[in-house]
Every structure is written in C-alpha cells, then in structure tokens.
Design a protein around this ligand. Sequence first.
Ligand SMILES: [Ca+2]
Ligand SMILES: [Zn+2]
Length: 180
Amino acid sequence: MARRELSYYTCVSLAAFLASCDSLTPPPALSKSAGQLQVGDQVPRLSEQDAIGSVQTRVSRHMPDFRALVQHTSPDIVFKDEEATGADRVMTSRLSRRLVRLNRRVQEEWQGVRVRVTEAWDENGEHGTLSAHYEGRAADLTTSDLDPDKLGRLAFLAVEAGFDWVYFEDRTHIHVSVRK
Ligand SMILES: [Ca+2]
Ligand SMILES: [Zn+2]
C-alpha cells in the first residue's frame, strides 16, 4: 500500500513537473502557418538591444559616422520625406539591402504595392533615447497604399527578408532594425 502511494505521488509530481516545464517553454517565435504578426509582436522575441546590439551614437551630419551611411535612391521604394531633408533615405547599407529584399517580396505579394518608408535615420531626436533610428539602423514602414490590414503580413515578410529585429509596433506602422 505504501509503495502504491509512493508511486502515485511520484506520478503526480512528475506530471506537475512536466506541466510546469511545458508552461515554461516559449511558443515558437513565429507561426509560419499564420503568415503574419500581430500588433505588439517582436521577432526574434528579444529586446531590440539584444537582437541588434546597443546604440551608441546619435549620428549627425558633421560626424564621420554619417559618411558611413548610404542614401537609398531606389525609385521602387516610396519615401515619405515629410521632413523634406532626405533623412528618410539615409541608412546603413545593411538596412538598405534588407529593404530592397522586402520591397521585392511586397511587389510579389500585392500587385502594384510597394514598401513605404516613413522614418529611417532620424536627425531630429524624435525617437527615444538611444533609438536605432539615430544610427540609421532602423526604419518605420507601411505599404504604399497605407492599408493598415497589410501591416501584419508586411511584418512577416520583413522577418523573411532578413531584418535582425521586426516589431509590429502599432496599427500605423511596423519598425524594423538591423545589426551594425
Ligand atoms: Ca520621416
Ligand atoms: Zn521606429
């Protein structure tokens, strides 16, 4: 009898252990079957700093770091450029290459639709302290038709396009960023 009780308790505690292990296991970072992110999703599921490295500089036009940035001149991508300074086109070459890749996917996905950049390098300090935008390593994106219903899918395509961190920030845009 004592033996049976013991094995019963072993089973119960083992089951509890397995259940707790299971609940500690994070779900997959991205459900391929869903094919889109939800508002608030971050891929990979890390802090941005852990995913892309820390931001150290608030790059301004007179700094040597500025010369390392590129001007994205592709006519295939839409740049909001509401600042009328061209800053939305300024970014690292790594970010620029990922954008080209994403734009290709977007054009394959939706006839006549392209990527639209609303922010890239920020020289006006409009983002938080040490934002990746200050190093030209982040971009805020929508589709060119401004359709909010496409953002979840756009974020998924951005993950596939190889951005190092993708964040479906809110219903107006997604934020993507890259390592140095
Ligand atoms: Ca802008
Ligand atoms: Zn952003």
